[in-house]
Design a protein around this ligand. Structure first.
Ligand SMILES: *[C@@H]1O[C@H](CO)[C@@H](O)[C@H](O)[C@H]1NC(C)=O
Ligand SMILES: *[C@@H]1O[C@H](CO)[C@@H](O)[C@H](O)[C@H]1NC(C)=O
Length: 410
């Protein structure tokens, strides 16, 4: 008994010494890292795009939506669902090639990646896959933003790490979540200190340069994390947008709509309508299947893989009134737009070659263009929002152009 106690005590001392030595070593290494950090040559600073986001002087703002790149490890990752004749020379490289082609063809002002950017289980290194997947966006120098789908986190990073990483990439304007300050002010004395998920944020697009609305947001973009998969009442289901996220959306939307446009020029700068908004998330809302029986633009070719839980996203969007259209992905063989409660819900259509799809049905991207109203002397607020798609075929065919919102028609 006595000797074993002494033995334990001795072990404790050895253990403690080891622990202290380790801490000391870590501290030292960290310290030398800090020293290295001051070596300016080795510091890698994120490249930041021209901000704020703003309309062009021709009165347009064009968004490229990229849904479901499903990027794996690069050229060693094979394509899925392409024609047998295309299979041999097809890899993630083709996804990169498509992204470069569509950026070149459309020359957008902003790129929105709506999740399943990488296919986690096809890469051992999430960071490397993200670099390759977003490579053409970073090279383009265009501002871009991303949110997560249900596959991004299936590799070496969890959802929080992914969003932090993505927010630090060149020209990314992605954010992890609103700051605690913003959450507190958003709830005005409420008790909200945390929002569910990672990748809930708002971006504002200012009016045309030199116009009366040059320093005001005329178009608001909302990004929401629709989660991955979960078990609800014993049943496996896709995740849903939670109450905390909807409350945040409601408050931010209210604050943005109440914002004075420009107190110095009340007549020119006060548009009849509040600035419209667009929302982006990955998983379709549970009402989407209803669109099977309605008039749509595009293809409805597979069942909607949405959550069994209806958290009231549609009701919230209808009640806040500024969101005119929502863009999601997730179901790669659906690429349609349909209207629910006065709001358009549009699929991007599968973009990436490692994602499932339909052989012979080209991979595709969605374009969204907002256009300003021409005032007497300068551009005013948003007048119209249009959309169309671009196919990764030989001619980069442009299809299914439609108007989603027109201020004159409401
Ligand atoms: C993939 O890219 C290669 C060239 O890099 C091209 O020859 C091939 O046709 C592409 N495949 C598809 C399905 O687009
Ligand atoms: C917008 O801000 C810039 C820079 O502060 C200023 O020069 C310009 O007059 C402002 N425009 C309007 C319409 O307020």
């Amino acid at each position: 008994m006595g000797s074993s106690r002494i033995q334990n005590w001795k072990n404790s001392v050895i253990y403690l010494t080891l622990l202290l030595t380790t801490i000391h070593l870590i501290a030292q290494t960290h310290f030398s890292h800090n020293l290295l950090f001051w070596n300016i040559e080795s510091v890698r600073v994120k490249k930041i795009p021209n901000l704020p986001l703003r309309f062009r002087s021709d009165g347009t703002f064009k968004i490229l939506q990229v849904a479901d790149m499903h990027y794996g490890s690069g050229t060693i990752t094979h394509c899925r669902d392409v024609l047998a004749s295309q299979f041999e020379f097809c890899s993630d490289h083709n996804t990169t090639r498509f992204l470069k082609r569509v950026i070149h063809a459309e020359n957008p002002d902003f790129i929105a990646f709506t999740g399943d950017n990488i296919f986690g289980s096809s890469t051992p290194d999430a960071a490397e896959s993200l670099f390759k997947a977003f490579g053409p966006a970073m090279e383009s120098g265009l501002p871009w933003a991303a949110i997560l789908g249900n596959h991004d986190h299936e590799s070496s990073m969890n959802r929080e790490e992914l969003m932090s990483f993505i927010s630090l990439m060149d020209y990314s304007v992605s954010q992890i979540n609103p700051s605690t300050n913003d959450l507190t002010s958003a709830t005005k004395g409420g008790i909200m200190t945390k929002i569910d998920g990672f990748g809930n944020y708002n971006l504002q697009v200012h009016g045309a340069p030199g116009s009366m609305l040059a320093n005001s947001s005329v178009l608001n973009l909302f990004f929401l994390d629709s989660g991955a998969k979960t078990v609800f009442q014993g049943i496996r289901t896709y995740d849903w947008i939670k109450d905390s996220q909807l409350r945040w959306l409601l408050q931010v939307s209210q604050e943005l709509q109440e914002q004075k446009q420009d107190p110095l020029h009340p007549t020119d700068a006060t548009p009849l309508n509040k600035p419209p908004a667009l929302a982006f998330f990955h998983i379709p809302i549970p009402e989407t299947p209803q669109l099977f029986y309605k008039e749509i633009v595009g293809q409805f070719q597979e069942g909607v893989a949405c959550s069994r839980v209806n958290s009231g996203v549609l009701e919230t969007l209808v009640s806040i009134r500024d969101v005119k259209a929502v863009f999601f992905g997730h179901d790669h063989k659906n690429d349609f737009c349909g209207n629910l409660g006065g709001i358009w819900f549009c699929y991007g259509g599968g973009f990436g070659y490692h994602g499932y799809g339909k052989a012979g049905w080209p991979r595709r991207a969605r374009i969204i263009q907002a256009e300003l109203q021409k005032g007497k002397n300068s551009w005013m607020g948003v007048e119209r929002i249009k959309t169309w798609k671009r196919l990764d075929d030989e001619k980069m065919s442009k299809i299914d152009e439609q108007i989603l919102w027109d201020q004159q028609l409401v």
